[in-house]
Design a protein around this ligand. Structure first.
Ligand SMILES: Cc1ncc(COP(=O)(O)O)c(C=O)c1O
Length: 426
């Protein structure tokens, strides 16, 4: 008899990893191995982009770097992060507004772990799968904001701060990825200014996840441009070296917030984290050298803009509905009537490919995959062109078209499939 585990029974892997593990079961190899098509994966190219800067190949480590790191981050990196924002967006951040983490996720996790009990979260119905796990594990209360084809998967800013039915003591924290993962919808210009103005109002705050900051024609979207007084706010910006700086393996991310909120996060680091690897932080400081970042901004916007456009056209031509916004490196797609992303994935696995099911991005689904729950996004999926080199376009499109055509034909033939057909997706 197995002894009952001391650890939680409600700790499944994040949806994207679940797809990875199911893929390995189905295909017998890890996604990412040669010959596989990593359309489900959210990593960028980690090699030099056309016209982009070189990626540093080493970093010097001295005796000082073997000391314990500072709880809040290496002074050089905190300075470099401030300059990154102040230089491009005209903000006035000080190093005391910056807390360094080992990647984007730990920073987001820490913010939610220390939320006061009267703060509730509002999050879009379609967001990055990890948020659902983090919200659940930190026992945060949240409600979803509708994301539908009718509102273009892009509800108005005010929907995040709707106070109907709330009592006076409840405060609201909006969580948005911007540009959005998986939808690519992006709030920029006046719309982003309005979102930040709402977030700076009393009883409101925001965790604006800017992991995809550079993946937009403007070469950079950040709420920091519009923040009036970060120190008097509950605005939290999350950034990382993971996407635009092309270094997911370096594991450096950060949170920008008021000095008071950063102090709490740094105190957490002192007992729960012990700071972040010096070599990784020094490497990140090199990545953030302003001339380098300027070239990266150009190259990222150009390469990924080109990929977004041509993949979008190809998907529309094969009968998929394209609901994608104008940022990020994902397409948010809807299958023709009756087809489901779970079955599409099973068929793709046989060819060494996978997508991310819309179900996994549904922030209203039960965390433990409760049987009987029907997600409104069963016929939706996310296609990632983040890791795809320009040369794979033709073969990627041909493979998806072939598998989709076969699935559509089988579905049309099969009375059984029709009888078991899902209700309309919304
Ligand atoms: C929306 C979003 N935020 C943050 C991150 C950064 O994650 P990390 O730096 O932990 O890999 C990702 C990466 O997938 C993401 O998609």
């Amino acid at each position: 008899m197995n002894r009952a585990s001391f650890l939680s029974d409600d700790c499944p892997p994040m949806g994207i990893y679940e797809t990875l593990y199911a893929f390995r079961e189905g295909f017998g190899q890890f996604m990412g191995a040669p010959g596989t098509h990593p359309w489900s994966q959210g990593f960028p190219l980690t090699t030099q982009l056309d016209g982009g800067p070189e990626l540093p190949s080493s970093v010097g480590v001295t005796w000082e770097d073997r000391f314990y790191p500072k709880a809040w981050g290496h002074p050089r990196l905190r300075e470099a992060i401030c300059e990154h924002y102040n230089g491009f967006y005209g903000s006035r951040l000080a190093p005391e507004n910056v807390m360094v983490f080992a990647g984007g996720r730990p920073g987001i996790y820490a913010v939610l772990a220390f939320l006061k009990g009267h703060v509730e979260v509002r999050i879009g119905n379609v967001e990055w799968p990890a948020y659902l796990d983090i919200l659940t594990q930190t026992q945060t209360s949240w409600k979803v904001v509708p994301f539908t084809p009718e509102n273009g998967f892009h509800p108005p800013n005010a929907a995040y701060f709707d106070r109907s039915g709330l009592n006076a003591k409840t405060h609201l924290l909006a969580i948005l990825s911007n540009p959005g993962n998986p939808t690519g919808h992006t709030r920029a210009g006046a719309e982003l200014a309005e979102l930040i103005a709402l977030s700076e109002q009393e009883k409101n705050g925001i965790l604006l996840d800017e992991a995809y900051e550079m993946f937009h024609a403007s070469k950079g979207v950040s709420g920091i441009r519009y923040v009036k007084d970060i120190d008097q706010s509950n605005v939290f910006l999350a950034g990382a070296c993971t996407k635009g700086l092309q270094c997911p393996g370096i594991r450096i991310g950060w949170i920008i917030a008021s000095r008071k909120n950063i102090e709490t996060l740094a105190n957490f680091s002192s007992f729960g984290m012990g700071g972040v690897s010096h070599p990784a932080q020094l490497y990140a400081a090199e990545l953030l050298e302003p001339g380098r970042v300027a070239r990266a901004r150009d190259a990222v916007a150009r390469h990924y803009g080109m990929q977004r456009e041509r993949y979008g056209k190809a998907f529309a031509s094969m009968g998929l509905k394209v609901h994608t916004g104008d940022g990020g490196f994902y397409h948010w797609l809807e299958l023709p009537e009756g087809l489901e992303a779970g079955e599409l994935n099973r068929r793709l696995f046989r060819h060494g490919a996978a997508i991310l099911k819309g179900f996994d991005c549904d922030m209203a689904r039960p965390h433990d995959k409760e049987p009987g729950y029907r997600s409104p996004y069963a016929s939706f999926f996310r296609f990632s062109f983040g890791p795809l080199p320009p040369e794979s376009f033709d073969s990627d499109v041909a493979l998806l078209r072939r598998v989709l055509d076969e699935y559509r034909a089988d579905f049309a033939k099969s009375g059984v499939a029709r009888a078991g057909r899902a209700p309309a997706a919304r």
